[in-house]
Design a binder for this molecule. Structure first.
Ligand SMILES: [Zn+2]
Length: 364
């Protein structure tokens, strides 16, 4: 068994100003963000004021959208190389952090294309990367994963030890500006990470300890945060739970619900965390047949799979409406069956079982 988490993680309120010298990992920074959240939360200002204080020049690339594409990371790479940036600071949710990780490898290996990122034998260096999450969900601040959307529209993750961030700053005050919807969808992403981590064939003693704590924190604090969005104390618990969940999947990988959910996000526009969590009850039922002791860990926290399902329903994550087009489901099912997530999920999965899961989410 292995436990490896090389990211230096600082967490707590005002944590950037307390550990600002750790942010100076090069001579010119490429700041990678989306359009709004880095500014709105104050995180961008905090980062820039540290860079100014240490007289470190920077370039700001703010064109990362939700579900980052090849074009977005190529533009970031080209800007970083043209401006001689030698480290990356990614601020925002999972999208800017994942894009920042891709860009940090591409800047250090100018000959590579985004496709090459999926073959980690093609690169041995990256420039240093710092992350400042402004949502609590993806856990990207503590993982060696990044998910990109390929030109064919498929979401695909790449993995390499090089893209564990060098330093991450987790400050719950940046999260108090998140809308109710974003809070919910990112928190249930974290919940999926921890539950999938428990069920994963790669679960370890260490990852289970972290996952159990993360699930319990989300169960207790997510409903509280949803009723009191600006409460920093509740936000801090949820932020910790989400980062713990990230540390879990850095060890265990994600499993079937993530693969099922990717298709719903790309083709039906349902946000990643929600698209994933809606499948959890059905996957729990299946895993229970193969490895009941794994599912018991979740049952001990929620009471039963039924009570867990009620918890999800009361959060409102099944309040969506869409239908499958002709042949669409066939495509989804075949993609899922060919994904690595299936191999990492205990139990037997065939065409009809996956089809059943896709149909059941419409009946909830
Ligand atoms: Zn996820």
């Amino acid at each position: 068994m292995l436990y490896h988490m090389p990211t230096k993680l600082y967490y707590g309120k005002d944590i950037i100003s307390k550990h600002k010298d750790e942010m100076i990992l090069g001579e010119k920074a490429l700041i990678v963000t989306g359009k709004h959240s880095a500014k709105l939360t104050g995180a961008l200002d905090d980062v820039i004021s540290v860079l100014n204080e240490f007289k470190i020049p920077y370039v700001h690339y703010d064109e990362i959208g939700e579900n980052p594409t090849y074009d977005m990371v190529i533009k970031g790479k080209e800007l970083g190389i043209k401006e001689n940036c030698d480290f990356v600071i990614a601020i925002g949710g999972g999208s800017p952090m994942d894009a920042g990780k891709a860009i940090s490898v591409l800047i250090a290996n100018p000959e590579l294309t985004p496709d090459d990122l999926f073959d980690s034998s093609k690169y041995e260096v990256s420039v240093p990367i710092i992350t400042v999450p402004t949502t609590a969900g993806t856990g990207s601040e503590v993982t060696e994963y990044a998910v990109l959307t390929k030109p064919n529209g498929r979401k695909s993750g790449f993995k390499d030890v090089l893209i564990f961030p060098d330093v991450s700053y987790l400050d719950p005050k940046y999260m108090t500006k998140m809308s109710r919807e974003l809070t919910l969808t990112t928190a249930v992403d974290a919940l999926s990470h921890s539950i999938e981590g428990v069920l994963s064939k790669k679960a370890t003693f260490m990852s289970d300890i972290l996952a159990k704590e993360s699930i319990s924190l989300i169960k207790e604090y997510l409903p509280k945060v949803l009723n009191d969005l600006e409460n920093v104390e509740y936000r801090e618990k949820l932020a910790l739970a989400s980062t713990l969940a990230g540390i879990v999947i850095a060890q265990t990988g994600t499993i079937l619900p993530h693969s099922l959910g990717y298709r719903i996000t790309i083709h039906k526009g349902i946000r990643h965390g929600q698209a994933t969590a809606i499948f959890l009850p059905f996957v729990l039922e299946e895993v229970k047949k193969a490895e009941p002791e794994k599912v018991k860990i979740i049952e001990d926290i929620f009471g039963s799979i039924d009570e867990f399902t009620t918890f999800l329903k009361e959060l409102g994550i099944y309040n969506f409406k869409f239908e499958y087009k002709d042949d669409e489901l066939d495509l989804f099912i075949n993609e899922v069956l060919n994904s690595s997530h299936v191999k990492n999920t205990p139990g037997e999965y065939n065409y009809n079982k996956i089809k059943d899961m896709y149909n059941k989410i419409l009946e909830m």
